[in-house]
Design a protein. Structure first.
Length: 236
């Protein structure tokens, strides 16, 4: 069962969501590598998206396809679930530490019903960038590929939390990169669970690509702005 929120917290979520929408309207988002994902989506094939917990806000904002995100049953998970709902996504409640088996079963049903699943494999409590096997178990059982998603932002507030949660500042440039879809190999779920090193490397490589693309985009934008009298621009 999810933790109930008091009136003050619910009001804070509504106010905070308004601020988030206002901030989001100023962000400039560029997307890279989404073609393979989009092609699968157009064919009705579902995927399991993975992203690091600290980048959840940027990825959820940039990802336009409604997705069910696995969120913990803790109180902070309830807050995150409500914010994600305002961004057009839904939640599957549970994690590896609380309600995990039930959450994986619900996630498998959600995939079968035609909705992608997103999981932060280092959530909900870390350690940061530590890949728990739940996403791989789900993808293996559902015969769905895994797509890594990572972001780079040129200016952000970074919370002093275990995940270094990033909130882009006004008019920030966000660069989002998708990996190629990758199936989880193995004879059984135990084999799939042993692939965490492989998929940690995939997600870290996607993060490195996002940083490289974001830095290049920032440098290109800066030189272009200088050449055109300081003009601003962005892509989504």
């Amino acid at each position: 069962m999810t933790d109930a929120l008091d009136v003050r917290t619910r009001l804070a979520i509504r106010l905070g969501s308004g601020v988030l929408r206002a901030l989001g309207a100023t962000w400039r988002v560029s997307m890279h590598g989404a073609e393979a994902y989009a092609a699968r989506h157009a064919r009705g094939e579902r995927v399991v998206l993975v992203m690091w917990h600290g980048q959840m806000l940027m990825c959820a904002h940039a990802h336009q396809s409604p997705t069910a995100v696995m969120i913990s049953e803790h109180r902070d998970g309830e807050i995150i679930a409500r914010v994600l709902g305002l961004l057009g996504h839904s939640a599957v409640r549970g994690s590896s530490s609380r309600g995990g088996a039930r959450a994986l079963l619900e996630a498998a049903r959600t995939l079968t019903a035609g909705t992608d699943i997103a999981i932060t494999p280092d959530g909900p409590r870390g350690p940061r960038h530590s890949f728990a096997p739940g996403a791989l178990m789900l993808a293996f059982r559902a015969s769905a590929p895994v797509v890594a998603m990572a972001a780079h932002v040129d200016r952000a507030w970074r919370l002093r939390s275990w995940d270094g949660f990033e909130i882009p500042k006004p008019f920030a440039r966000i660069t989002v990169v998708y990996s190629e879809p990758r199936m989880v190999d193995g004879a059984d779920v135990r084999d799939a669970s042993a692939c965490t090193d492989e998929f940690t490397a995939l997600l870290m490589d996607t993060l490195a690509r996002a940083r490289a693309a974001g830095t290049g985009a920032s440098e290109h934008a800066a030189s272009g702005a200088a050449a055109h009298g300081g003009a601003r621009g962005g892509a989504r």
